[in-house]
Design a protein around this ligand. Structure first.
Ligand code: PMT
Length: 404
């Protein structure tokens, strides 16, 4: 596996050396390309010594130690010779140049010529990371099929604390190798995933919803697509970019989600229900805004259809994976849902605690399969958790196929 590692000019550039080492420990050959500002943080010699390859530092050569240029179309040659491009750290400047097609140095020029998988690991100050311009560039890049490794939260070099820290180099290396050489173990499967909240209107202005961001379901959809499945994603209202290579259907209410799921059930071979579907709704909400006149306002709520249970009744040979969002006894609750809703596995996660569950970039789950004992997937990025769930799904598929 040949990886080209682009190093951007951020304080985390020094960690790129650890990423290179981790990739090589997994047997990858690493070629390094550094931007001019990256060289302000770490020398090319570091990477040349680590990788055993000279480092590319400019489009036209500047005579820096360790650089090599054999021809003026070196960026094309490097782009063709490597299986994947990893940029770590991907600075705000690089994200903007990638998103807008600027090509003023070797790395940005090669990026435009690169046809293989691209993995970007952004790292920057929290406020920069949260800036709408940066977030818009990230969404553009994600929508174009680049795999974004979400920054970690924690203490930053600038002394502040928050999102924007380059994740552990080993995690970056593992994600890169997985994306670069995906195990296409879901080839031939049609996976129907639900994600996000639903919104139940109280009147034209107000609605009832919940704290689901959609990240867990979107991570599952993206990971399943990378692993070769055809993916249909039914999503409640979220602010996430559609995962690359996924058929996205946007819905608002529980009733619309139910219809979207049932309409697609025929073609699905696996159903994974990560959405936080409202349990109650307002039947026939008024067409006019309810005026704030009385001292109190009451709303009459009716139960929504239990989509998971309904799918469970008609699933046939399909694999059905439910979720259980609990604040206590997650495994017992998952077992109960498994039986009452005829699931093949339930993914139990504790919600209401800091850093996992609703809205977080990370999660910790317990897989409760119909056969066998529960399996804990310890706290990790929702992308890693998604792959852990799909890994277990492969085992379920084998037993399903054997039973046919
Ligand atoms: O979206 P994120 O911010 O990333 O957060 C992820 C998550 C916490 C939402 C996710 O990991 C999760 O737990 N999703 C399920 C949330 C939920 O509704 O759990 P529940 O225990 O209330 O429902 C159990 C199962 O029944 C779920 O599979 C749900 O999709 C399904 N359900 C629930 C109600 C309903 N009317 N129809 C359903 O199909």
């Amino acid at each position: 596996m040949n990886i080209v590692l682009g190093v951007g000019g951020g304080i985390a550039a020094y960690k790129a050396a650890e990423v290179a080492r981790a990739l090589m420990e997994e047997g990858a050959a690493v070629r390094t390309v550094m931007t001019a500002s990256a060289r302000e943080f770490v020398t090319p010699l570091t990477f040349a010594a680590l990788t055993g390859h000279k480092v590319i530092t400019s489009l036209f050569g500047d005579g820096s130690p360790g650089e090599v240029l054999s021809s003026s179309v070196e960026h094309i040659r490097v782009a063709r010779e490597n299986d994947a491009l990893l940029v770590a750290p991907a600075t705000a400047d690089l994200l903007a140049k990638f998103a807008h097609g600027l090509a003023d140095d070797f790395l940005t020029t090669m990026y435009l010529a690169f046809t293989g998988p691209v993995i970007l690991a952004p790292a920057m100050n929290t406020e920069m990371w949260r800036h709408p311009a940066v977030q818009a560039n990230v969404e553009t890049l994600r929508r174009r099929g680049n795999h974004i490794i979400e920054p970690d939260s924690g203490s930053l070099a600038c002394g502040e604390t928050g999102a924007g820290r380059l994740p552990d180099p080993r995690h970056i290396a593992a994600e890169t190798l997985r994306v670069a050489s995906p195990v296409r173990d879901l080839e031939g499967e049609v996976v129907l995933v639900t994600a996000g909240p639903t919104q139940e209107a109280i009147d034209p202005v107000r609605f009832i919803s919940n704290r689901s961001s959609g990240k867990m379901g979107y991570a599952i959809a993206e990971a399943a697509a990378v692993r070769g499945a055809r993916v249909m994603l039914v999503s409640g209202p979220v602010s996430l970019a559609p995962p690359p290579g996924v058929d996205l259907v946007r819905v608002e209410t529980a009733s619309q989600m139910r219809k979207a799921v049932l309409d697609r059930l025929e073609t699905a071979t696996i159903v994974i229900k990560a959405a936080a579907v409202a349990d109650y709704t307002v039947e026939n909400p008024p067409s006019q805004k309810m005026k704030k006149t009385a001292a109190r306002m009451s709303v009459d709520l009716s139960p929504t259809p239990d989509i998971l249970a309904e799918v469970g009744r008609v699933k046939g040979g399909r694999l059905l994976i439910g979720f259980a969002a609990e604040t206590q006894n997650p495994v017992a609750e998952a077992r109960r849902k498994m039986e009452t809703k005829n699931c093949d596995m339930v993914v139990a996660n504790l919600v209401g605690q800091e850093g996992t569950g609703f809205g977080s970039n990370e999660n910790e789950v317990t897989l409760v399969p119909r056969e066998g004992s529960p399996v804990v997937l310890p706290r990790a990025s929702k992308r890693e958790i998604a792959n852990g769930i799909l890994d277990h799904l492969s085992w379920l598929r084998l037993s399903r196929n054997a039973a046919r």
